[in-house]
Each structure stands twice: as C-alpha cells, then as structure tokens.
Design a protein around this ligand. Structure first.
Ligand SMILES: NC(=O)c1ccc[n+]([C@@H]2O[C@H](COP(=O)([O-])OP(=O)(O)OC[C@H]3O[C@@H](n4cnc5c(N)ncnc54)[C@H](O)[C@@H]3O)[C@@H](O)[C@H]2O)c1
Length: 123
C-alpha cells in the first residue's frame, strides 16, 4: 500500500511508464496522472486504471508541461510524485560516429527540458 496521493507519470502511455502507472494504481494511489504526447495510448491507459487521469503533454515543450501541471493542480490540488519516463530511444544499431547531432540532441531534449520544467512548475 502506497501513501502517494497524486502521482504524475510521464510516458505512461506505454513501456516502463505504463508499468509504473499500473503499479501505483494497484497499490492505492488516489490519482495516477498520465502525461504523454500520444493521446490515444495515454488516454487508453488512464481509462483502464482505477484512478487514472490523462493530459496530452509533450515533455520537450515548456508550455505544454506548464499546461499539464496547471491541469493537475486544478483537478487534484496537489502533486506528490513525478515519474519521468517519457523519452525516445533514438538511433539504434548505428555506430556512434554515424549518429547525426540532431538525432542525438532529440534524445536528450525531452528528458532535460522535462526535468527543468518539473522543477519549475511543480508548486
Ligand atoms: N526499456 C528499457 O529497457 C530502457 C532502458 C534504459 C533507458 N530507457 C529509457 O527510458 C525511457 C522509457 O523507455 P520505454 O522503454 O518505456 O519507452 P517506450 O517507447 O516504450 O515509451 C515511451 C513513452 O514516452 C512517450 N513519449 C516520448 N516522447 C515524449 C514526449 N516528448 N512527451 C511526452 N511523451 C513522450 C511515448 O509516447 C511513449 O508512450 C526512454 O527514454 C528510454 O530510452 C529504457
């Protein structure tokens, strides 16, 4: 049994984030909020949870993250936990010297901007 009241899980539409969201929901979180840019998958997971809620959020976009946090604050009044699981794997099976800088940047963009925004907007 968890004491978490309101948890946000970015990337909760599938993969590791979905797993964490389901674990929190099964263990008694009052609200598990999915942030994902994939509306269809994120909404589907949120709807299947006992206490799920979904916001379409692109974690690499500051305005989008801010709007997501505002939505959670309005709906739930608090945030107790933030799980940052949104991300992309990027180029796979490619030699490091053949990875374009743009593709490399894209992998880091989501995670670094997300972390910065979460710190900024969490209150
Ligand atoms: N699966 C692993 O073994 C593993 C190991 C080490 C690191 N990781 C990293 O952990 C993260 C999650 O891995 P996964 O296997 O669950 O990936 P996944 O592709 O299965 O799921 C990622 C989720 O994040 C969402 N997402 C991607 N970019 C987003 C954005 N900008 N804004 C909002 N949502 C976004 C996707 O829509 C998807 O629902 C990735 O960054 C991955 O590189 C995974």
């Amino acid at each position: 049994m968890t004491c978490v009241q309101v948890a946000i899980v970015s990337g909760g539409g599938q993969g590791l984030g979905e797993g964490v969201a389901r674990m929190l929901d099964e263990n008694g979180a009052a609200k598990v909020v999915i942030f994902d840019m994939d509306e269809s998958k994120g909404q589907e997971v949120a709807s299947s949870l006992k206490n799920g809620l979904f916001f379409k959020v692109d974690v690499s976009n500051e305005d989008s993250v801010k709007a997501g946090f505002q939505g959670v604050t309005e709906a739930c009044g608090r945030v107790d936990m933030m799980v940052n699981s949104a991300g992309i794997v990027g180029p796979n099976g490619v030699k490091a010297e053949n990875v374009e800088t743009k593709a490399f940047d894209k992998v880091y963009e989501g995670e670094t901007i997300e972390f910065h925004c979460n710190v900024q907007f969490k209150e």
